[in-house]
Design a binder for this molecule. Sequence first.
Ligand code: PAF
Length: 281
Amino acid sequence: MTRVVHTRADLRAAMAEVARPVGLVPTMGWLHEGHRSLLRRARAENATTVATIFVNPRQFNEAADFKGYPRDEERDIAICEAEGVDIVWIPTVEEIYPPGFDTTVRVGAVAEPLEGAARPGHFEGVATVVAILFAVAGAEHAYFGQKDAQQVAVVTRMAGDLGLSTQVIPCPIVRESDGQALSSRNVRLSAEERAAAPVLRRALVAARTAHDEGERDADVLRALMEEVLAIEPLAQVEYVSVADPLTLREVQRIEGPALFSMALFLGTTRLIDNELVGMKE
Ligand code: PAF
């Protein structure tokens, strides 16, 4: 039976009684198969699983994007029940940011390029809310999807720097059969835009294949991804990157692991995707 709590105090009281270790899955709701894979992994590796559902206003750049973010609390709770989640924390905005709240967690260089540059203030919002979620839940482990690769790097840096006792565990991207990464934003795509969306995957696979075949010049790989994306007339490309997966700095020559990533608009919907290469199996 999943227990739903709303306040910080109720979550803390619940956490005092649960079996350890605890696996935390922070979400903004509208749960899909990607979230379900995080919940399953948390459940498999911990005695207690806690999910949070909170659409965090501080990480949105536009009020309309925040307002339009899809929400369905009842359905999300039913999914948590089905996945055997023990506790779901669904705080209000005032519970997370009570009157007088005046703290911002700003992570340095790793938060600056790519998503950080395209969405000013986004990672301050993410780091601040995740620090609160980690502090209140006090879980041993927290599970994040690798689709938001820079977010994983930012929250890992934040938790390490602040000495928080929650270990960040990145989990593989879950994809539709056509390669499109699962995202709560996919529901906003028109049929035509949805049909165009796998272009991200095609571009990443082209770069990965070239890398597998020995290409190490990052400019060549960026150009290859740009070429594939250019074939799709609906895609408005924001960035294409070949970076170090830990620092998110662009590289010139690939000497070890590298993160291929991109962001583009299909209509008004912004999509991101990435591929990690050169990791030891
Ligand atoms: O990835 C998300 O859904 C959000 O950025 C997170 C980690 C729940 C923080 O609001």
